[in-house]
Design a protein around this ligand. Structure first.
Ligand code: AMP
Ligand code: MN
Ligand code: MN
Ligand code: MN
Length: 278
C-alpha cells in the first residue's frame, strides 16, 4: 500500500544514496503526493528536491532531522515545514555540521588505532558536499571487507561501546526545538521505539519534548510492525501528539524500506498533515 504522505527520508545531502531529485522522482513514481526531505542536520538538498517536485506536480515539504542530546542520549527530532531562510535554524545546523566534521576526525583516529587505515579521506570523499555520518563510515568498512555488511559495521565498530564509537554532544533538546519553532515548523519525534528506552523514560522524554514545543511523533515508520504502530498510537493519543508517517528511506538496495510504503495511521490519531495545511 502506498501512503500519499511520506514525511521522513534521506538524500545525498546526508546519508541517503540518491540525489534529492532522484528521491523525489522515485517517490512520485511510487504514488507519493506529499514528501518531506529530512536529511540529518541539513536542508541543503531541499532546493533541488523542490525544483523537481514542482516539475512533477507533487508537494515537497522542507524538512530536517536534527540530532539532539538529552540526558546523555541521542534523539532525532524532525522539523517539518520549516522556513529554509530562518537564520537561527541556519546557524544551529551550521554548528552541527562542525560537530559532525570533528566527530568524523575522531572516529577515523580511533579506527586508525584499531588497524583500519585511511578512513577519513575516503569517508569525506564519499560524503562529498553532504553531511558526514556514521553511515558513510559503515559503508566504507563494509566496502573494505572489515565487516560483511553495513549493519555489521555498526555492530562491530560504530555502535556505542565499540572501537570507533565517539560520544557526541549534539544540540540540546530545548535549543533544537527553539530552532524549529523559530523556523515556523512542526517538531516531530522520529522513530520513538528506536532509542531502546523504558516506557517510563519515553514518557519522561515526551513530557519534556511537549513542554518545549514538540507537537508530534512518528506513529508509522518504514519498518514498523502492527504491534509497534498500536503502541505508538497509544502514546500519541495519550499525549495528544500529532501522528506522523515516514519511511526513513535511505537506499533503494534496502528493499524492505521503500518511499511511501507505510501503513495507515490508526483511528483516533490526528495526522500531522492537518497542521501542515496553509
Ligand atoms: P549519525 O547520525 O552520523 O550517528 O548516523 C546515524 C545513522 O546511521 C542513522 O540515521 C542510520 O541511518 C544509520 N544507522 C544507525 N544504526 C544503524 C544500524 N545498526 N544499521 C544500519 N544503519 C544504522
Ligand atoms: Mn540516517
Ligand atoms: Mn533517525
Ligand atoms: Mn532518518
Amino acid at each position: 500500500m502506498t501512503c500519499e504522505y511520506d514525511l521522513h527520508c534521506h538524500s545525498t545531502a546526508s546519508d541517503g544514496v540518491l540525489a534529492p531529485s532522484e528521491v523525489v522522482r522515485r517517490a512520485a513514481a511510487l504514488g507519493v503526493k506529499h514528501l518531506a526531505l529530512t536529511d540529518h542536520d541539513t536542508i541543503a538538498g531541499v532546493p533541488q528536491a523542490m525544483a523537481c517536485a514542482s516539475e512533477l506536480g507533487i508537494e515537497l515539504i522542507c524538512g530536517v532531522e536534527i540530532s539532539v542530546t538529552w540526558e546523555d542520549q541521542c534523539f532525532h527530532i524532525l522539523g517539518l515545514n520549516i522556513d529554509p531562510t530562518c537564520e537561527l535554524l541556519g546557524a544551529g545546523l551550521a554548528q552541527l555540521q562542525r560537530v559532525r566534521q570533528e566527530r568524523a576526525e575522531k572516529i577515523a583516529d580511533q579506527l586508525e588505532k584499531h588497524g583500519l587505515h585511511g578512513a577519513l579521506a575516503q569517508v569525506l570523499a564519499m560524503a562529498g558536499q553532504g553531511m558526514v555520518t556514521r553511515t558513510h563510515f559503515a559503508r566504507w568498512i563494509a566496502d573494505r571487507g572489515y565487516a560483511p555488511s553495513v549493519s555489521e559495521a555498526f555492530e562491530r565498530f560504530l555502535g556505542r561501546g565499540k572501537p570507533g564509537y565517539v560520544a557526541t554532544r549534539w544540540a540540546g533538546l530545548e535549543e533544537a526545538l527553539s530552532w524549529i519553532v523559530a523556523a515556523g515548523g512542526l517538531a516531530v519525534l522520529a522513530h520513538p521505539l528506536r532509542y531502546t528506552l523504558t516506557a517510563r523514560h519515553l514518557r519522561r522524554f515526551l513530557t519534556a519534548f511537549q513542554s518545549l514545543g514538540g507537537v508530534g511523533m512518528e506513529v508509522v515508520c518504514g519498518s514498523s510492525t502492527p504491534a509497534q504502530i498500536e503502541t505508538l498510537a497509544d502514546y500519541a493519543r495519550r499525549f495528544r501528539l500529532l501522528g506522523s508517517v515516514g519511511s526513513d528511506f535511505h537506499d533503494p538496495a534496502c528493499t524492505w524500506i521503500e518511499l511511501g510504503r507505510l501503513a495507515p495511521l490508526p483511528a483516533g490519531v490526528t495526522p500531522v498533515w492537518q497542521a501542515l495545511q496553509p
